[in-house]
Design a protein around this ligand. Structure first.
Ligand code: PHE
Length: 342
């Protein structure tokens, strides 16, 4: 009996097997318990030898069970120590945080500079009707500007009642939408995405513009020149930067001017705000009376200037980036190279 239990305990695989053995031997109806009960029917002499022997066996089995249980716990602990470890001396894995895209950063800078001069921000839809994008801006259906702008059409004129829709080709439709809403006077910029079917080193089918619009009783080209020079001085961080106004033509402004900023090339490096070279950066002019009228503003009472500038273009100039397309490639190596990502 003793050998049977001692061997079984040594061979037990887990705690529930040990418990089964304990019940078999020492439980109420266990083999040893039953024998203990037999003691009562023995003669005193028999009992004197059998009693202590049974008690000793009971103790031995109990301690064998306890010892086996402990060694199982030790083995389990060893196993955990072997498999569940953590090397706290390893260097931590670096945490990469996201960064603001350079175009978003530049848009914020531009917005802040114009905000200092009292310009609020207005927005319009990127998919607009051809009326807002063209007609209201004095660009009638047959006008060559429609073809020149390489317009993406969402919905062309058909039999149904919906007007043709385009991906806006410039931010100028926001002029109309804003004046319809607040009339005059007003002073806003409208930054946002615009679309033209064009692709090379300096053109992407989606790019960003910022529109400017100031309407009041006596606004002139002189105010436009001052505002732009203030802006460029702040944006490129050069005091007294010069601008050059070249007569031009836009259907929605009269007179119209293309504006260049002063620059020079030194050892193949572009310097903004010094020297006697010029770089074209925007289109502008006095808002055409037809445009004011389209938006419900009386041109006999109000006048003002408007301009449209390429945000990506001035970002390229400020950060010395040769290829516009890189802005929209989402290449982390490129973003890091220019310090736009960590
Ligand atoms: N909308 C013109 C363009 O995209 C720029 C412009 C805006 C010119 C406002 C004059 C006035 O080229």
């Amino acid at each position: 009996l003793r050998d049977k239990y001692i061997q079984a305990i040594a061979a037990a695989g887990d705690e529930s097997a040990l418990e089964t053995l304990r019940v078999q031997a020492l439980g109420k109806k266990g083999e040893i318990s039953l024998q203990m009960r037999e003691l009562g029917r023995m003669t005193p002499e028999e009992r004197q030898t059998a009693g202590p022997a049974l008690n000793a066996l009971k103790d031995e089995i109990n301690s064998a069970l306890a010892a086996r249980k402990e060694s199982m716990a030790d083995a389990a602990l060893d196993e955990r120590l072997r498999t569940e470890w953590l090397d706290v001396t390893l260097p931590a894995r670096g945490q990469r945080t996201g960064t603001i895209h350079p175009i978003s950063q530049v848009t914020e800078e531009v917005t802040a500079i114009f905000a200092d001069m009292g310009f609020a921000v207005a927005e319009g839809p990127q998919v607009d009707t051809d009326w807002y994008n063209f007609d209201a801006l004095n660009i009638p259906g047959h006008h060559p500007a429609r073809a020149e702008m390489d317009t993406f059409y969402m919905h062309r004129a058909t039999d149904d009642d919906r007007p043709p829709h385009v991906l806006r080709t410039h931010t100028s439709p926001v002029q109309i939408r804003h004046m319809e809403k607040v009339n005059a006077p007003c002073r806003i910029i409208a930054p946002g995405r615009v679309y033209r079917a064009d692709y090379d080193q300096t053109h992407t089918p989606m790019f960003n513009q910022v529109e400017g619009l100031a309407i009041d009783k006596d606004i002139s080209m002189a105010n436009l020149k001052w505002v732009l020079e203030e802006f460029f001085a702040a944006f490129f961080e050069v005091d007294g930067i010069k601008t050059r106004f070249r007569a031009s033509h836009f259907p929605f402004t009269e007179p119209s001017a293309e504006v260049d900023i002063q620059c020079s090339w030194v050892d193949g490096q572009l310097k903004i705000g010094e020297g006697d070279g010029w770089l074209e950066v925007l289109g502008s002019g006095m808002v055409h009376p037809h445009v004011l009228r389209s938006a419900g503003v009386d041109p006999d009472l109000w006048q003002g200037f408007a301009f449209g500038m390429g945000i990506d273009r001035i970002a390229m100039l400020k950060y010395g980036i040769p290829d516009l397309r890189a802005f929209f490639d989402s290449d982390l190596r490129w973003l890091r190279h220019y310090g736009f990502a960590s």
